[in-house]
Design a protein around this ligand. Sequence first.
Ligand code: PNS
Length: 155
Amino acid sequence: MTTALCPGSFDPPTNGHADIIGRAITSFDRVVISVIDNPAKRAMFSATERIELLQEMYGDAVETTSFSGLLVDHVRDVGADVVVKGLRTVDDYQYETQMAQMNRHLTGMETYFIPTRPEFAFVSSSLVKEVARLGGPMSGLVPDVVEKALKERLS
Ligand code: PNS
């Protein structure tokens, strides 16, 4: 059984995240989504709220958890075989490759990259929050449960 861990901020989860996670679910036996819990970073949604959103999106198809500290330690604790990350742009490639190489250096942990579908290449949590704060439409950007949570948080 091969377990993939999908780590991220997910503040909030977007349709870009959903694209990558959905494809990980079809490729791996077990998928664990892990939300980084970094109290020093001001997030719109708490780690608990982000986990709740991901649970609403996926139900029993995935496991959800949170972590702080080194990703490689968390991967070992969860019993994951690989980390799965999405790649949108050249900037993502540079940043993610460096992290993947550091993680492989630390413990031999492998990172598998899935190229984002082109229609989600411009979607990021930070831009979604900016558009939502300024009253723009969320259509095509986030799942319905996230759109509802954004509306409630910003009302
Ligand atoms: O959604 P994001 O912001 O791209 O997620 C980034 C995340 C949480 C996966 C990344 O910041 C991370 O792995 N943090 C853990 C810290 C760590 O292990 N750093 C050293 C190895 S690069």
